[in-house]
Design a binder for this molecule. Sequence first.
Ligand code: ACO
Length: 336
Amino acid sequence: MIQGAIPLKIAGVGYSVPETVITNDDLTKLYDTSDEWIYSRTGIKERRMVSGNQDAVDLGYEAAKKAIANSGIDVQDIDLIIAASSAPPRLYPTIGCLMQAKLGIKRQIPAFDITAACTGLIYALSIAKAYIACGLYKNILLVATDNNSRLLDWKDRSISILFGDAAGAMVVTASDDGVDDVIALDIRSDGYIGDMIEYPLPGQNCPLVKPCDERESKITMNGKEVYKFAARTVPQFVSEMVEKAGLKAEDIDYLVPHQANLRIIQAIQERLGYTDEQVVVNIEKYGNTSAASIPLALAESVEQGKLKLGSTAILCGFGAGMTYGGAIVRLRKGIC
Ligand code: ACO
């Protein structure tokens, strides 16, 4: 830790999922697939989906309210909002700005969005850590919310089976007892392989200049290569992070991985030598909820008593970019 840096406390977490459940069997109405094919390759049985005008801001708002209530902090004392999303409903106003208004925060605090795909929460936590450490902000709301279902090509059975919609939130504050809840944190990216997962926005369309080559706005993914990248890079990265922190895997109680594919989660679990009870897995019910995946898994497992507080956990994510990152955190009693 930097000399004189202010430690960070994870004060509260919360999550929200839409009501509508779409099962693997439901997807057979769209294309030739089966529950057996999807479940055996991904570990997914069903996912939640927004409907009508509901979007990632609504989901984020519900998750944020719970995280704030659990933190015990007055909403008016929040002095920064960072939202992370791969699929914001608008480029502007940002989710962060909309969240400030929805929460009724009266002061004109800063609010902004970041995009680091499924690693979004870890990236947002790293920014919050730096701001708190230097004393610039004290009470920061992190909201990770995604609604990828609206960007998918619903004729493409290899990608649209994977994603679900959800939100997770975390309130972090300047710690007043000298204990830092972020024991270690590391974020990375490999832009050289960014074309593995893409969602292009419309290109140049001004009739006065050469137009952009035609491209479709939809998520494309080389699933096999993403799988190989994640299964190769993430377990190695996580064990190096643990080692660099001067720890052994057995010093940390739980693993809360990004829920992209059960087989990738199992590869990380195997490398670290964790038991099934130590690894948080909810992909069966929610699919891959992108930026929301880690805080959803964390908050839900605490709420259900599967993850006992007063413990430590490795949060680890990877996603489009390609980005990846991890944090070893202390989970105090009362955060959920
Ligand atoms: N149902 C039935 N058959 C299917 C389906 C489906 N839903 N999808 C593909 N197939 C067929 C294909 O047509 C192909 O048939 P063929 O051999 O006759 O041509 C066969 O199954 C194999 O297709 P692949 O695409 O090669 O399937 P693969 O074994 O790679 O599995 C999967 C696909 C599950 C997507 C896998 O690659 C994977 O999990 N990758 C990782 C994805 C991931 O984690 N992404 C998110 C990370 S980051 C982020 O969220 C931004």
